[in-house]
Ligand binder design. Structure first.
Ligand code: PAF
Length: 286
């Protein structure tokens, strides 16, 4: 497994592969790899002959009051996991490589509309930071396909939109959420939960499941969102949002628009102690 810190090293290797007719899949990560990330790598390996994984904790996507400093950095463990999976190349750039002028003076990518709603309302600047770093990494790696987890569903849509708007020749693949046995969506931030919070955290996925059951049984969208919000609040969560949306545009849906087989997505973000958790569930109306 090659490990590159410099973009010219990365390009030399990837160009060599491309000249020999190989296809390249890319999995961008912020490290602290868990089975969710590894499922992205597995899919990448099925879809291309070479797999590049990047590990970079991107300062531009954290606001000053967020967990950039405490975000878990476990490079040695991560490299070991990727070596075991036989990944071809790991790219581990530093801030000077990604933002040579400093992050605040860098050219940025803004995907309008999708970036400003739901998660974007609670984390202003987050999607600008994600789109900018992903665009830069795409330009460095120049993959044929790139793989992202559906836990960050809105992020996946923002990246798809960026790729379409900027005519990037990259196929974006989403991989379904990997969950712990009790339903908690896997996330590096789950490490912040203490034992009691970890036990309670399963209520988030359970509440989304209940919300979808309620809609299927004919409850109105507003009532289902509000009941889910109340359940989470009663179990100690500070809720940022619980919302039911159309799956591609993330537009709100009215009860009148619901017909048999309409596919919807419920998205939620809520804090448990100092940990902010997000989750989502796609479901169809019968
Ligand atoms: O989902 C993540 O881990 C990050 O947002 C990403 C896509 C690697 C960009 O920093």
């Amino acid at each position: 497994m090659d490990i590159c810190r410099q973009v010219d090293q990365l390009r030399t290797i990837v160009d060599g592969w491309r000249m020999s007719g190989e296809t390249i899949a890319f999995v961008p990560t912020m490290g602290n790899l868990h089975s969710g990330h590894l499922s992205l790598v597995e899919l990448a390996q099925q879809r291309a002959s070479r797999v590049v994984v990047s590990i970079y904790v991107n300062p531009m996507q954290f606001s000053p009051d967020e967990d950039f400093d405490s975000y878990p950095r476990t490079l040695d463990d991560d490299l070991e996991k990727l070596r075991t999976m036989d990944v071809d190349l790991v790219f581990t750039p530093d801030d000077a490589m990604i933002y040579p002028q400093g992050e605040s003076r860098s050219t940025f990518i803004e995907v309008p509309g999708l970036s400003d709603i739901i998660e974007g309302e609670f984390r202003p600047g987050f999607f600008r930071g994600v789109a900018t770093v992903v665009m830069k990494l795409f330009n460095m790696v120049q993959p044929d396909i790139a793989v992202f987890g559906e836990k960050d569903y809105q992020q996946l849509l923002v990246i798809r939109q960026m790729v379409a708007d900027l005519n990037l020749p990259i196929e974006i693949i989403g991989v379904e959420i990997k969950r712990e046995a009790d339903g908690l969506a896997m996330s590096s931030r789950n490490n912040y939960l203490d034992a009691a919070e970890r036990e309670n955290s399963r209520v988030l996925s359970e509440s989304l499941q209940q919300l979808s059951d309620n809609i299927e049984q004919g409850m109105s969208i507003e009532q289902a969102e509000s009941e889910c919000h109340s359940t989470l609040a009663s179990r100690g969560f500070i809720v940022d949002y619980v919302t039911i949306r159309e799956t591609e545009s993330l537009k709100k849906v009215s009860n009148e628009q619901l017909t048999a087989n309409t596919v919807l997505i419920a998205l939620a973000a809520a804090r448990l102690g100092k940990t902010r958790l997000i989750d989502n569930l796609k479901f169809s109306v019968r």
